[in-house]
Design a protein around this ligand. Structure first.
Ligand code: HEC
Length: 164
């Protein structure tokens, strides 16, 4: 019995060593992935760079928050953006089709950083030629604006579905 135990322990140890060795062999030849521009992480490439550093858990749209967001939008964004048409900046009715919610928040909270580092924001700047500037928006206000943009996009997708 004792012998069996020692034997199986030795076997486990041996197998472990064997596995470790194999693992190392695999990682010795990593597949090379091209580096992101400006040292951006993969997360930042899809979600933007700025204070929002993790994926958000967004629940169903809260219409009351969306209404508050509309007010903030009119106060702080209206000089450059409309929902449905181009002004100084792009129309925002379908921004959530193009961008992740975290990207939109990072653009609102860190436009200068985004325009300096993010390839997508740079592309937009090349097209719109005016740099978006920070509008002194708190994170809470940015969340309200996001809720407003979510509700506008939701209206639009529902209307499109009804037409079909
Ligand atoms: C001074 C004008 C100006 C103001 C004020 C402004 N923006 Fe912008 N915004 C732009 C421009 C122009 C762009 C396109 C990128 C660029 O050229 O900077 C842009 C881009 C964006 C984008 C990215 C769109 C995309 O498709 O990637 C979002 C989102 C956005 N703005 C939201 C807002 C919100 C919300 C506010 C209010 C808090 C705001 N902006 C205030 C001019 C402005």
């Amino acid at each position: 019995m004792k012998f069996l135990l020692v034997f199986s322990l030795a076997a486990v140890l041996f197998l472990n060593i064997g596995c470790g060795g194999d693992g190392e062999k695999v990682s010795a030849t990593p597949t090379k992935k091209p580096a992101n521009p400006n040292g951006l992480t993969d997360f930042e490439m899809t979600h933007g760079t700025g204070p929002i550093k993790a994926k958000l858990e967004l629940g169903p749209i809260d219409q009351l928050t969306a209404k508050k967001g509309e007010k903030v939008f009119e106060l702080k964004c209206y000089q450059c953006h409309r929902i449905d048409s181009r002004l100084v900046g792009p129309p925002l009715h379908d921004v959530l089709k193009r961008r992740q919610p975290e990207y939109v928040l990072n653009m609102i909270l860190n436009p200068e950083g985004m325009l300096k580092k993010h390839p997508e924001a740079k592309k937009m700047l090349a097209q719109y030629l005016t740099p978006m500037t920070f509008q002194n928006v708190s994170k809470d206000e940015a969340m309200m604006i996001l809720e407003y943009l979510r509700s506008e996009y939701d209206k639009e997708t529902r209307a499109a579905a009804a037409v079909k």
